[in-house]
Write a protein that binds this ligand. Structure first.
Ligand code: SF4
Ligand code: SF4
Length: 300
């Protein structure tokens, strides 16, 4: 953690130095902090400006979710503080960053929010398809175009970029660690509309994916985050097995148990892909159980 903070500080210092060498009007700097209370985010913005040596253009409240959203959007919450900072000229635009469609919708309907940041790619396209209905009066920044890197292998970066261009976002965030990755990111692309079936077919060369778009229309009264569990299952097979197993093992057993005893299966009524959600939960639960038992056996 100490190393990570040192790395972040080094990056911020470098960005600040870079900002001094270019025409500041030609670049947009965005920053974010995971503080939901007004006072804390106010201080975070002042710290960022000091480190950067310039003001951030857009400042996002990071990882707003269904649990913390009332604090963020409420009186004296982070969003109120960002509005004050904007009035004082300490930032130019306010932002909400989230992985949850309901939070995006709330941000879309809140006049205090200038920019929304959300995730999506050619596989997890459900939220992107739903934001097509949003009015175009706010900026929309898209992240996870490469799905945390897991889609680079079944697809080329060129395919992943051209495959999202027909969605109505203002700017996409792409991970760039090398010169060749920067070359790919800054090229000009023609939009390509990959059908969801063709994406699934490509993945089927390696495993049997769950055909979930992460549209988040399914709701579970027990609070099971169906789309997150299905994502973890797919990521498990796409190379993030350690990470996914760790996350899944936290509560997949109780989620699957709830599904087994669920009589209304209300989640399935809203799934446009008609996925058999309880059956899939059971399948994932068994996979996790088998894998944990296998690891345990190999330990001794
Ligand atoms: S089947 Fe019932 S318990 Fe399982 S996810 Fe759907 S609503 Fe929740
Ligand atoms: S399970 Fe169905 S409704 Fe739920 S996120 Fe996936 S595609 Fe959407």
């Amino acid at each position: 953690m100490k190393n990570l903070n040192a790395f972040k500080q080094k990056f911020i210092d470098k960005l600040g130095q870079f900002a001094k060498t270019v025409d500041r009007n030609k670049i947009i700097i965005s920053d974010k902090a995971r503080y939901y209370d007004g006072g804390q985010i106010y201080e975070a913005v002042e710290r960022s400006s000091k480190n950067l040596g310039t003001i951030p253009d857009i400042y996002f409240v990071h990882q707003v979710d269904t649990e913390n959203q009332d604090m963020v959007f409420g009186k004296y919450g982070a969003l109120d503080a960002l509005c004050d900072l904007k009035k004082e000229g300490k930032i130019r635009f306010t932002g909400i960053a989230t992985h949850y469609f309901d939070v995006m919708l709330r941000a879309e309907n809140d006049i205090r929010v200038d920019v929304i940041q959300g995730s999506g790619n050619i596989l997890e396209r459900g939220m992107l398809e739903r934001i097509c209905d949003f009015s175009a009066n706010k900026g929309f920044i898209l992240n996870k175009v490469y799905a945390a890197g897991v889609l680079i292998n079944p697809f080329t970066p060129e395919e992943l970029i051209s495959g999202i261009l027909h969605y109505p976002f203002s700017c996409a965030l792409l991970g760039i660690g090398t010169i060749s990755q920067a070359d790919v990111a800054f090229r000009e692309y023609t939009p390509v509309n990959f059908s969801f079936d063709s994406v699934i077919k490509r993945l089927q060369a390696g495993f049997e994916p769950i055909c979930c778009t992460r549209c988040q229309r399914c709701k579970c009264p027990h609070g099971t985050e169906i789309h997150t569990i299905f994502r973890q299952y797919n990521y498990y097979h796409l190379g993030k097995d350690f990470w996914a197993l760790k996350k899944l093992s936290l509560d997949i057993e109780s989620s699957a148990h709830n599904c087994m005893t669920c009589t209304h299966t209300s989640c399935m009524k809203n799934c446009p892909l008609k996925l058999n959600i309880p059956e899939l939960m059971m399948k994932i639960s068994l996979l996790v159980k088998d894998r944990i038992e296998y690891d345990y056996r190999n330990l001794f």
